[in-house]
Design a binder for this molecule. Structure first.
Ligand SMILES: [Zn+2]
Length: 309
């Protein structure tokens, strides 16, 4: 088993402390009509990321894909200058951020394109993606194009054994995503369901966990959506229910104003602020190591044997 970084393959054990869902270079401003969503100043990003590295951060799953301003050469530059392992993505996000030329695509076309990037590299580079993500559904529904995108991503994941990481809008549609993966026969230990810390229905998240996928609490520090105190309470409940081997953490920064220099939470918010709060609540080191190291290592390893629960 191995993990595919932008600089090549590594052994899974080499991953280290990992943020499971981040963006280091992205541009959503063409859709969001807000310049704050153009996170493209490498110097600012590098400065902020240094805090993450200083607190022991070793790896970032970078889920920016086609339509979100993905530029893997920038990721290579960041990886080399900080000695940080970065895993890049193939795929598209969700309506309305799917590039115009892909709007008429069928599932087979999405799948063939993702497989081509996985086998040959992204946009004419030799940089290969290590994850299919973030593949998204809309608020409370799958748009038609998202259904084709999801089926394409599933086909590509089955063919290449890459992990598949999803976006759920405000946490909705997690169960429906899992049901789709089960119907299509994609092993759930190859799946990461995103943004479940925005799902305020703990019983739904517990249901999702019971099916067996990895579940990402990956918007930590975005207190405008939900307080970290509420995230912490939910996480403690999931741990009490025995799901310490399936949970992942991250902060999903997407705006210039999320950087510390601009008054934001910064890429180190999980390590600087959230992990100490977990410790205060009495969560053992061994469990914290699972959340930060062991679970991402398993989730993002390529070539796992499928297992169903
Ligand atoms: Zn994201």
């Amino acid at each position: 088993m191995y993990i595919q970084t932008v600089l090549g393959k590594i052994r899974s054990e080499e991953l280290g402390v990992c943020a499971c869902h981040e963006h280091l270079y992205l541009d959503l401003s063409h859709v969001k009509k807000n310049d704050d969503t153009r996170l493209q100043d490498l110097n600012l990003v590098l400065t902020d990321l240094r805090n993450f590295v200083e607190l022991g951060g070793k790896a970032i799953i970078e889920v920016t894909n086609d339509g979100m301003g993905r530029d893997v050469e920038k990721l290579v530059e960041i990886s080399e200058s900080l000695d940080l392992q970065i895993i890049a993505s193939t795929g598209c996000y969700k309506d309305p951020l799917i590039p115009d030329e892909k709007l008429p695509w069928t599932r087979d076309e999405f799948s063939e394109w993702m497989i081509d990037e996985i086998e040959n590299g992204i946009n004419g580079t030799d940089v290969k993606p290590g994850v299919i993500g973030e593949i998204g559904s809309s608020l409370n529904k799958f748009q038609q194009i998202e259904i084709e995108l999801f089926h394409g991503a599933i086909q590509a994941a089955k063919a290449t054994k890459l992990p598949l990481s999803t976006h759920t809008t405000l946490g909705t549609m997690a169960k429906e995503q899992v049901e789709l993966f089960i119907r299509e026969g994609l092993p759930l230990n190859q799946v990461i369901i995103g943004h479940q810390d925005l799902n305020e229905h703990d019983e739904i998240v517990l249901d999702v966990l019971s099916a067996g996928p990895f579940v990402a609490l990956d918007t930590i520090g975005k207190e405008n959506y939900r307080t970290d105190e509420a995230r912490l309470t939910s996480l403690l409940k999931f741990l009490e229910n025995g799901y310490e081997d399936q949970l992942l953490l991250s902060s999903d920064l997407t705006r210039k104003s999320h950087l510390r220099v601009n008054g934001g939470q910064g890429y180190d918010v999980v390590l600087r602020d959230f992990v100490p709060r977990l410790k205060e609540k009495g969560i053992p080191e061994l469990v914290i190591e699972k959340l930060l190291v062991k679970n991402p290592q398993k989730a993002f390893s390529i070539g796992k044997e499928g297992e169903t629960k």
